[in-house]
Design a protein around this ligand. Structure first.
Ligand code: GLA
Length: 381
């Protein structure tokens, strides 16, 4: 019996009916273009969130977590709608709401995706609950529908206007590959990402910085792309070419122009990265990763001193490429390094942080890992 089952039994007095797991993610390249219908290239990481769930006949939804196990949050299923009570529980409630569930549930979650590190702990939580309920209640939803339902939970219940990348890769990720995702229709292609075979490692650097700008700054970037698209007569940045953008420069504010320039160039960089990976050309992959960071820092303005220092220190220690990942304003950066340079890079980054009195960075690494899964526990009981 898994430990989440034992803990569930202690908490609720019976076995869970379903147990699921869903991973966090890093994004190799393709940042801030999912909501512009662009292409992205993330992969699922080994760190994941687990959920154990049973049905309850009393119409109550009870939620607890391993991290706060003495505390059971409780709400009537009829009160599960946007604006309800709840803190982190809203990610769980949002999924229950977006899937249209009408019965009571007992839910326990546990996980090791670091929160606030820009590695999508929220998508991991949403997707763990979504795949569990899909299996438990026989909803028959496919991967795309589950990703969209999880995104809807975050957009409309939690109130964060995120795109579709994190939930898609948490559900569709596969071990050994990055996921080339077309955010317009969620079609995807697995792109083998075998860094270890090339003597490389992808280091994940959690800067431990969390700047307050996150929510407003994200929504503002998204709004700038939408208003640039509407002024230029296209549906999204995906339809815009660099020629059209330059020709329409006068219709845009300076800020809209540089935000759009990031989107257009970043979409092209994702496709170039896929080509370079297919050729095994990691030098080119590194260079595209660097260009992505520069564009996020200068045109999109979503980096911060901690991320820039981490990237510069990684490059000075020999990284082939390094950049911030995720929404920005803090969180994590990645560095593509030769295995023999990894320790040097960690030292260089730690020393640079200490010199500036930043918080101590944390280091992870992860190979591309499997996406979400769920199984009924009847056989275990
Ligand atoms: C956050 C959002 C994603 C995506 C990234 C930036 O992680 O949840 O939808 O927009 O930022 O690429």
């Amino acid at each position: 019996m898994s430990s989440i089952s034992t803990e569930f039994q202690t908490l609720f007095g019976h076995q869970p009916e379903v147990i699921s797991e869903a991973p966090g993610r890093v994004n190799l390249i393709g940042e801030h273009i999912d909501y512009s219908e662009g292409f992205v290239l993330p992969f699922a990481i080994a760190n994941r969130t687990h959920a154990a769930i049973s049905r309850s006949s009393d119409g109550l939804v009870r939620i607890s977590s391993h991290q706060r196990r003495n505390n059971i949050f409780s709400i009537s299923i009829t009160d599960v709608k946007p604006g309800s009570k709840g803190d982190w529980e809203k990610y769980v409630l949002g999924v229950i709401w977006s899937l249209g569930i009408t019965e009571g549930l007992n839910i326990l979650v546990d996980g090791n995706v670091p929160a606030g590190a820009g590695l999508s702990s929220s998508a991991a939580l949403e997707c763990a609950v979504a795949v569990a309920l899909n299996t438990l209640l026989n909803l028959g939803l496919d991967d795309k529908e589950l990703a969209r339902a999880s995104q809807k939970a975050e957009n409309e219940y939690v109130g964060m206007p995120c795109g579709i990348m994190d939930q898609s890769v948490s559900i569709m990720g596969k071990a050994g590959s990055a996921l080339l995702l077309d955010c317009r229709d969620l079609s995807s292609e697995l792109i083998p990402f075998s860094v270890a075979d090339a003597g490389l490692e992808l280091l994940i650097i959690d800067t431990q910085a969390h700047h307050a700008l996150v929510d407003g700054g994200y929504a503002e970037r998204r709004a700038a792309c939408e208003s640039a698209a509407s002024k230029l007569g296209v549906n999204s940045m995906r339809e815009l070419t660099m020629e059209q953008l330059l020709a329409g420069k006068d219709k845009l504010s300076d800020v809209e122009f540089i935000r759009a320039r990031h989107a257009v160039t970043e979409i092209a960089r994702v496709l170039s990265t896929v080509e370079a990976l297919k050729r095994g050309d990691f030098t080119e992959v590194g260079s595209l990763i660097n260009q992505s960071h520069n564009s996020l820092r200068d045109d999109y303005a979503v980096s911060c001193p901690e991320l820039d220092v981490a990237v510069d220190a990684a490059l000075s220690a020999g990284a082939l490429g390094s950049r911030m990942v995720g929404g920005g304003f803090g969180g994590s950066a990645i560095a593509l390094l030769r295995v023999e340079d990894v320790d040097k890079a960690k030292t260089a980054i730690s020393e640079s942080f200490e010199k500036r009195s930043f918080k101590k960075p944390r280091f992870f690494t992860s190979l591309p890992s499997a996406g979400a899964s769920a199984s009924l526990t009847t056989k275990l009981q």
